[in-house]
Design a protein around this ligand. Structure first.
Ligand SMILES: [Zn+2]
Ligand SMILES: [Zn+2]
Length: 250
């Protein structure tokens, strides 16, 4: 599979990247993990606007899901509408929450463009991918994902504090996209986000092939985030996510 970082800015779009969105491609199938604020624009640098086959939303914070609203306009009213419904795997509240965000009554909500599938912990066959969703450690219902195809695999933390479930999801994967929203400091709130060091600790426990630090919050000094990851006991390659970066897992 090919993994493209569309958006990796944490909590809100930054000057160099939209909020969370990752494009996974295999056998001509295109799966998005998250479609956060601003990401629908940058996505079109990589694939056509109508080329998305499925979407998985890790959780319903705006920086992970809000561009589903704009995409609804494109698929409902675009020049060749109606377009096929795109399945959206998401927490159960997604249809109501996204309809409200759009300003649409719950019926028909956004279901002229999407077919919502309620995400619960477990495995899903999505096109050529096997996706496993596990609950991570965040103030709302939030999932981390493991995605496998053709003997290779990657994991994505979504938003999480320290999480043994994330270690399980990521175990033995070739690539871990792990959030590193915090820099070290006193009184960091638990159960919310990770530091670079904690991301590296998860990568070490899961014995992943490569660690990419993502969900990078623009107000942090990113060199510090990367430096702190060196204290997490992970011996493999570590780098900061960048919008447009591609990882070829074939
Ligand atoms: Zn977030
Ligand atoms: Zn969040």
């Amino acid at each position: 599979m090919k993994v493209t970082i569309v958006g990796c800015s944490g909590s809100y779009p930054g000057p160099d990247s939209p909020a969370s969105c990752y494009l996974l491609e295999a056998d001509g199938f295109r799966l998005l993990l998250d479609l956060g604020s601003g990401s629908l624009g940058a996505l079109q640098r990589h694939i056509g606007l109508y080329d998305v086959d499925a979407i998985c939303l890790s959780h319903l914070h705006a920086d992970h899901c809000l561009d589903v609203c704009g995409y609804h306009v494109a698929r409902t009213y675009g020049p060749s509408a109606p377009y096929p419904l795109v399945p959206v795997y998401a927490p159960a509240d997604a249809p109501a929450r996204l309809a409200a965000a759009y300003g649409m009554p719950e019926e028909p909500g956004l279901e002229t463009a999407f077919e919502f599938v309620t995400l619960t912990p477990g495995s899903y066959e999505i096109g050529p991918f096997t996706l496993t969703a596990g609950l991570v450690n965040h103030p709302v219902e939030a999932y981390g994902f493991r995605v496998a195809n053709g003997g290779r695999s990657m994991a994505y933390s979504g938003d999480t504090g320290e999480s043994s479930e994330l270690v399980k999801l990521a175990a033995g994967t070739d690539l871990l996209l792990c959030e590193a929203s915090f820099v070290e400091g006193p009184d960091l709130p638990p159960g919310l986000h990770l530091t670079g060091r904690q991301a590296a600790e998860h990568a070490a426990k899961a014995d992943v092939g490569r660690l990419v630090l993502t969900h990078l919050v623009p107000w942090n000094d990113q060199a510090t985030v990367l430096e702190e990851a060196s204290g997490g006991g992970y011996a493999g390659p570590v780098e900061l996510a960048r919008s447009g970066a591609v990882y070829d897992l074939t």
